[in-house]
Design a protein around this ligand. Structure first.
Ligand code: ADP
Length: 508
């Protein structure tokens, strides 16, 4: 049997401690799945002000100074854990995944994770500090990782720092690195000053390294210096190698073509499960799906909508362009003419907050919007809606549609990225499929798709079959976690003389 791995998993957000989107779901669920299969996973994340230290029973672990640029600040590390459900099959397996919180008053004692619009001016230094601290920590606690798994631009400097500052360090001898792109739109692009802030020399200001249209790009660092790069669905991995979706990095990705992999995200069914979810009005399962109606009535009540059986379309989303809100805006008045209700939970760009707030005032009997981030309202929408709408312009994987499937809420999606890979159009003839999708990115296609979906909703027999199909889909993490282990082993194999290649090698 092959050896269990020691994995250092580093992310800027982890559910339930801090979350703005799907990355937090992955950063919770994947380490849990890996731990269940016997690997020793340790998570490292920032200790944001919003994290409730008492609730999560965090305790002091250690502290040490961390220098980045011209500044040295004390890093206090607190330890907590991601609780795991006890498993009858494996009674002696671990009950939690250790989480190390990097606490720095200077950098993380702030209201938002990344800034109101994702843009604290010192974000390069904040996350540079986080990356240095995440690499110092294993030395302090005697944890010798076989592999370091880093995620998105906030952790993109780790593979570079590993090569530049720690190549001779025995703790990291033989350590492989893997960088996961969860969303290529957010690249961590900073002014030139970031080089100084991050202890990097001028040589890095080259297109071969971090230079990007005259600036410094931290996602490039992750792509160039890690042993393996992956993204979160097959279709998205192809899309980002094209000019239409690569956001300027398609050329670089093409040069790493053979080291770019795709593993579709799963969801954690301990967390998202209508049979056990304590946030919803009634628990239900694929066998007792009629109880979903109680959740619908509860959602309508919470949203101030009439309690009847018109089809209810739900959305839980960041309010960002990526999510298809411009085509939805243009379709909204036509949608409001149909016999349906619409409930949205979301926060983000002001233009969309204003738009949804105006729509709910104009159509109080049909449209209700909760314009905030709220982990308790989200399950009510997943359980209480009939349809879950994701008209995304692009979608690396998407978590919402996977959660919706589990709750028997039928996804209506634009066929892009992970939405294309996970949702197949319901075929009224064969009764196959788990949702509805449209190809063209425009309001006409969206409307047509909704109208077709509503005809299936009216046919009770077909509708029930569709719900069965949706709830029977299995997007648990088990098989995706195994694929990550394979990638980890590939990254580790590259550390041996025979597996070594020159990718990301420093030539100065
Ligand atoms: P992205 O990562 O691009 O935001 P995903 O679909 O992958 O999109 O993941 C979104 C995750 O964030 C889901 O778990 C969704 O339920 C959650 N979410 C998004 N907006 C909110 C909100 N306003 N309140 C609560 N949860 C939200």
């Amino acid at each position: 049997m092959s050896k269990n791995l020691k994995i250092l998993f580093v992310a800027s957000e982890v559910n339930p401690f801090a979350k703005t989107g799907g990355l937090a779901d992955v950063a919770m669920a994947l380490p849990k799945a890996l731990t269940r299969s016997g690997h020793d996973v340790r998570i490292v994340m920032p200790c944001y002000k919003s994290i409730d230290r008492e609730k999560y029973e965090m305790s002091y672990l250690t502290d040490f100074p961390v220098k980045i640029g011209n500044f040295t600040h004390t890093c206090v590390v607190r330890e907590g854990g991601l609780e795991m459900k006890a498993e009858k099959k494996r009674p002696r397996s671990r009950s939690s995944v250790p989480v190390y919180f990097i606490d720095s008053y200077e950098y993380f004692n702030r209201d938002a994770l990344y800034g109101e619009a994702g843009d604290y001016p010192d974000n390069a230094r904040r996350f540079g500090y986080f990356c240095r601290a995440a690499l110092e920590l294993p030395k302090k606690i005697g944890f010798k990782p076989d592999v370091i798994h880093v995620n998105d631009w906030q952790t993109g400097l780790i593979p570079l720092f590993l090569k530049k500052f720690y190549s001779e360090d025995p703790v990291f001898k033989g350590t492989g690195s893997i960088f996961t792109i969860h969303n290529i739109q957010y690249q961590g692009v900073f002014e030139l000053q970031a080089l100084v802030d991050l202890d990097l020399t001028w040589e890095y200001f080259s297109p071969k390294y971090l230079e990007f249209f005259g600036k410094i790009n931290l996602m490039k660092s992750g792509i160039i210096f890690s042993d393996i790069v992956n993204t979160v669905s097959e279709t998205y991995s192809r899309e980002i190698q094209t000019t239409s979706a690569g956001m300027g990095l398609e050329g670089l990705l093409a040069t790493k073509k053979n080291d770019i992999f795709a593993i579709v995200n799963g969801i954690d069914y301990d967390e998202w499960n209508p049979e056990t979810d304590s946030n919803i009005e009634s628990r239900y399962s694929v066998e007792k799906v009629s109880k979903k109606a109680i959740c619908k009535a509860d959602l309508q009540k919470c949203a101030g909508l009439p309690q009847n059986d018109v089809p209810l379309i739900g959305m839980v989303t960041r309010l960002a362009d990526q999510k298809g809100l411009d085509i939805l805006a243009r379709a909204m008045e036509s949608l409001m003419k149909l016999d349906l209700q619409f409930v949205l939970l979301g926060t983000g760009d002001k233009q969309y907050i204003d738009m949804f707030s105006a729509l709910s005032k104009k159509h109080p009997d049909k449209c209700a919007c909760f314009l905030k981030f709220d982990a308790f309202t989200a399950p009510k929408i997943y359980a209480g809606s009939d349809f879950f709408l994701m008209p995304s312009r692009f979608e690396p994987c998407g978590t919402g549609q996977l959660i919706a499937l589990k709750y028997g809420t039928i996804p209506i999606v634009r066929a892009t990225g992970g939405l294309l890979d996970t949702i197949t159009n319901f075929d009224a003839r064969t009764h196959r499929g788990n949702g509805f999708s449209f190809n063209e990115y425009n309001e006409t296609a969206l409307l047509k798709c909704v109208e077709y979906a509503l005809t299936i909703f009216q046919n009770r027999q077909m509708w029930n079959l569709l719900i069965q199909n949706a709830m029977s889909c299995n997007y648990s993490w088990d098989s995706s976690a195994l694929k990550y282990v394979e990638l980890y082993r590939k990254a580790i194999a590259k550390q041996t003389p025979s597996g070594a290649d020159s990718s990301g090698a420093l030539d100065f």
